[in-house]
Ligand binder design. Structure first.
Ligand code: PFF
Length: 453
């Protein structure tokens, strides 16, 4: 693959990978999970999951990508030619494609909410109005589809521009902007009256809430949040240069991802408690509770509630788009490398396919909600199958492949840049990949499917 492009700089590689990891999972799901499952105790368990399981598997995915110099759909074929391992690569491509479909729907909602925030759509509403507003919008058969198309087109144009001029450049703009917004919002939220009640909710450690269920939930969350299990990061690693330090890059991505997740909690809870609103679960937290919270919290200074609402939804959209770009890249690179389509033709096919999956997912929340699979509408069913089954499976296979199948010299060579770097933790890394990660993931898997009772 002589025409293969690399990221232009190590920082660019970190921003791109961190962009994939930082997404809706950080700003929306993490704070709620942490707040309701023991606060700081959950955060400690989550950190344990990130460091013990997440980072080694991330380094394993980096190894697969950089060594093969191929997208995830072709990497296993390069590293273990003629074996069934190639199906793990194909599984990753399918997973990414399906996630892109429904993830883009929610990403599209963030654009509607930026629009509402900008046009003053949140002002003068009662609590009940925010509920109706969200339900009317998300169940509408047309409006969410327009925003879905917008998200897919933005993603499309970045991916078509290529690895360096599209993905890397956009990440280098969007990620710093995201950091500035999140810091500003956290400062605003923390200076509100009674903010300490929210801080206490998020940070007070309550170890009695850390049951085995919570532990496994934290592991699943770490997995989704770090974009592991579908070869997204292995595809990005195929663009890493030979001097990129895989361990250090994984550590940076893990720290940035966790930092953004915790900071999101520091925005949401102090603001919610300051106006006496109990934070709610699911989509309602960011699309129903928060617009209300921002209006009330800064109600005496309308400019501030206006600016904070706009800033929050811009932050959410930036986080979402850097993730949709990485999801789109997995399938685009696969079609480009495997079937020799030009990048732009490959991207057109992926965008068109994702639009179809996205339309189905969006309508599943409204007019098609009567159609269910296993008691779930199609949107929830897609989320369940991909995030709860396909991602853990893909992660387990990556760990087993690097731990047991790949040549030991390659495994060590990739971590040490073929002798240029020291790696005192190498034996621990291999032990985790061989034993701890496969067993741990098998447990999440069994738990998610309810086999533990
Ligand atoms: N990590 C993203 C988030 O936390 O929202 C979601 C995601 C992106 C999952 C890319 C998987 C992936 F390959």
């Amino acid at each position: 693959m002589s025409d293969r492009v690399n990221f232009g700089s190590r920082l660019g590689a970190i921003f791109a990978a961190a962009g994939s990891a930082v997404g809706l999972g950080n700003v929306w799901r993490f704070p709620y999970e942490a707040g309701n499952h023991g606060g700081a105790a959950f955060i400690l368990v989550y950190l344990g999951c990130v460091f013990i399981f997440g980072l080694p598997i991330m380094i394993a995915e980096f190894t697969i990508g950089r060594r093969s110099k191929a997208c995830t759909g072709g990497a296993y074929e390069v590293l273990a030619p003629g074996t069934r391992w190639r199906w793990v690569g194909y599984l990753g491509v399918l997973t990414g494609f399906l996630i892109l479909g429904y993830y883009s729907v929610v990403s599209g909602w963030t654009l509607e909410y930026i629009w509402q925030a900008l046009s003053g759509g949140f002002s003068g509403k009662t609590s009940a109005d925010y509920v109706t507003m969200f339900q009317d919008f998300s169940q509408d058969p047309f409006r969410p589809l327009l925003w879905l198309l917008a998200i897919l087109l933005i993603t499309h144009f970045v991916v078509v521009k290529g690895v360096k001029d599209g993905i890397e450049k956009s990440s280098k703009i969007m990620m710093p902007l995201l950091f500035v917004l999140i810091l500003l919002l956290a400062v605003c939220s923390l200076t509100l009256p009674d903010a300490e009640k929210g801080l206490e909710f998020l940070l007070n450690p309550d170890f009695s809430k850390v049951t085995s269920d919570v532990f496994l939930g934290a592991m699943g969350q770490a997995f989704f949040s770090l974009s592991l299990g579908m070869g997204c990061l292995s595809t990005y690693a195929s663009y890493f240069g030979k001097h990129t330090n895989l361990g250090q890059t994984a550590m940076s991505v893990g720290l940035i991802d966790t930092f953004v997740a915790v900071l999101s909690g520091l925005i949401i809870f102090p603001a919610a408690f300051s106006v006496g609103i109990q934070p709610d679960a699911g989509p309602s937290l960011i699309f129903i509770t928060l617009p209300n919270v921002f209006q009330q919290a800064f109600g005496e200074v309308p400019v501030l509630s206006y600016v904070c609402s706009v800033a929050f939804y811009v932050l959410l959209a930036l986080a979402a788009i850097t993730s949709t770009i990485s999801l789109q890249e997995v399938s685009t690179a696969f079609l480009h490398e495997r079937f020799h389509f030009t990048r732009s033709r490959a991207a057109v096919l992926v965008t068109a396919g994702s639009l179809v999956v996205g339309i189905i997912s969006s309508l599943a929340l409204g007019v098609w909600s009567p159609f269910t699979i296993g008691g779930m509408n199609l949107f929830d069913a897609l989320d369940f199958v991909t995030a709860k089954i396909m991602l853990p499976l893909g992660g387990m296979f990556a760990a087993v492949f690097v731990g047991w199948v790949l040549d030991k010299h390659v495994v060590k060579g990739e971590v040490t840049n073929y002798g240029l770097l020291k790696s005192p933790y190498y034996p621990v890394y291999v032990f985790i990949l061989r034993f701890i990660a496969p067993i741990g993931i098998a447990l999440i898997f069994v738990n998610e499917l309810g086999w533990l009772g």
